[in-house]
Design a binder for this molecule. Structure first.
Ligand SMILES: CCCCCCCCCCCCCC(=O)CC(=O)SCCNC(=O)CCNC(=O)[C@H](O)C(C)(C)COP(=O)(O)OP(=O)(O)OC[C@H]1O[C@@H](n2cnc3c(N)ncnc32)[C@H](O)[C@@H]1OP(=O)(O)O
Ligand SMILES: NC(=O)C1=CN([C@@H]2O[C@H](COP(=O)(O)OP(=O)(O)OC[C@H]3O[C@@H](n4cnc5c(N)ncnc54)[C@H](O)[C@@H]3O)[C@@H](O)[C@H]2O)C=CC1
Length: 313
């Protein structure tokens, strides 16, 4: 047998080769309405699902609904260029499919799929999923959008480990075409198939990945970002020049510091601190005095109007 065929067969056995039946998804709850949750709610509603957008903070929900409205206005302007009535109806129909609420039960009790997008903290995720496990129907599938935590570890807080997987979206969700779909050793074939189908139904290109640290993209992206921050902290180059170099010399749409501001320095710090604890002997994951300082000053990047760059001007 040719080598490629063997590799292909191993891959298929591990991932998509299954006759399992997927589950029909009608209603989706997105928990956490920040940068990621708002985008996930938007693309899910645009695909025709009924969406509950849940957050513990009413201000965050208000901000999220405004940001979804703005994002839709932006994307429909070009799409329905000569049909403003059509654009208006599309935006209204999409917004009508999203119910924003601070009541966890109201969404969880009615949803076929729950996508968690709260803060990157294992304890917060455990607390949330253990509550969700007790109030959601037993068929409901649970997923996490974590950037850096093992899905298997997040799933420790629930009984339904066969109905638990990872859906890792990219920021900005309405624009980025990729969705990493993560299978743990306990995720059932039917659950995994359902998640892959959901990904395709919202127009994303899905890639399949095991529950390994950082999945595919962050396993490669995070060390690059670390190197950029260390280069700046050593004084080898200014952060502005590092950004210019990576955009013009490597063709990246954003430089590493623009991207850090875009992702959020608080979320980046959660990722760094988590990986350092998890891999104490790996010198790559040292803390960054500069990021620690910016976070302590509340300069979290674009979301607060200031990070490495100032967006208030
Ligand atoms: C020592 C310590 C070190 C610490 C290091 C630790 C680092 C840890 C970091 C890890 C982070 C991990 C996060 C994660 O898990 C995964 C990620 O999400 S990584 C981020 C991935 N995203 C990117 O890489 C984004 C790169 N940027 C871009 O692609 C573009 O710059 C962007 C699309 C954002 C904007 O494009 P630009 O051309 O600059 O601007 P325009 O305004 O012209 O927009 C282009 C196009 O897109 C539409 N658009 C933009 N935003 C939205 C939106 N929110 N909603 C709808 N539409 C939007 C816009 O309308 C334009 O559309 P046209 O049709 O072309 O007009
Ligand atoms: N920022 C990014 O570029 C990306 C982030 N992620 C991951 O997505 C998740 C969310 O990240 P962001 O959206 O950037 O964070 P964010 O800080 O913008 O939003 C988090 C939201 O969760 C809410 N929240 C916190 N605890 C809650 C709880 N128990 N119940 C309900 N709501 C709660 C907060 O009020 C806040 O509105 C994290 O796990 C992060 O690692 C994944 C891909 C990219």
């Amino acid at each position: 047998m040719a080598k490629n065929l063997i590799i292909n067969n191993i891959f298929k056995r591990n991932f998509s080769s299954t006759n399992a039946l997927s589950r029909k998804i009608n209603s989706v709850s997105v928990v956490g309405s920040g940068l990621m949750g708002s985008g996930i709610a938007q693309v899910t509603a645009e695909a025709g699902y009924s969406v509950y957008l849940i957050d513990q903070n009413q201000n965050a929900l208000d901000k999220a609904m405004k940001s979804i409205q703005n994002s839709l206005t932006r994307s429909t302007k070009k799409r329905f260029n000569k049909e403003p009535d059509h654009a208006e109806r599309y935006i209204k129909d999409t917004m009508d499919r999203i119910q924003a609420t601070t009541e966890l039960d109201s969404g969880a009790e009615k949803s076929d799929l729950i996508i968690e997008a709260i803060v990157e903290n294992i304890q917060a995720k455990h607390d949330l999923f253990s509550k969700l496990d007790s109030i959601s129907p037993k068929e409901t599938i649970f997923t996490s959008n974590t950037s850096s935590l093992p899905i298997t570890e997040i799933a420790q807080s629930v009984n339904r480990k066969d109905r638990f997987g990872g859906l890792h979206f990219f920021n900005p969700v309405p624009v980025m075409k990729l969705l990493e779909v993560i299978k743990t050793h306990e995720t059932s074939d039917a659950t995994y198939k359902t998640l892959l189908e959901y990904g395709l139904s919202i127009g994303k290109t899905t890639v399949e990945c095991k529950d390994t640290p950082g999945f595919i993209v962050n396993r490669l992206l995070v060390p690059y970002m670390f190197e950029a921050v260390k280069m700046y902290e050593r004084g080898d180059a200014s952060f502005q020049d590092i950004d210019t170099a990576m955009k013009l010399g490597a063709g990246y749409p954003m430089g590493p510091f623009e991207l850090l501001d875009y992702v959020g320095l608080d979320t980046s710090k959660f990722i760094i601190d988590g990986w350092r604890k998890r891999y104490p002997n790996d010198s790559t994951f040292q803390s960054s005095p500069v990021i620690d300082q910016l976070v302590s000053e509340g300069r979290l990047g674009r979301k607060t109007g200031e990070g490495f760059y100032n967006y208030k001007k």
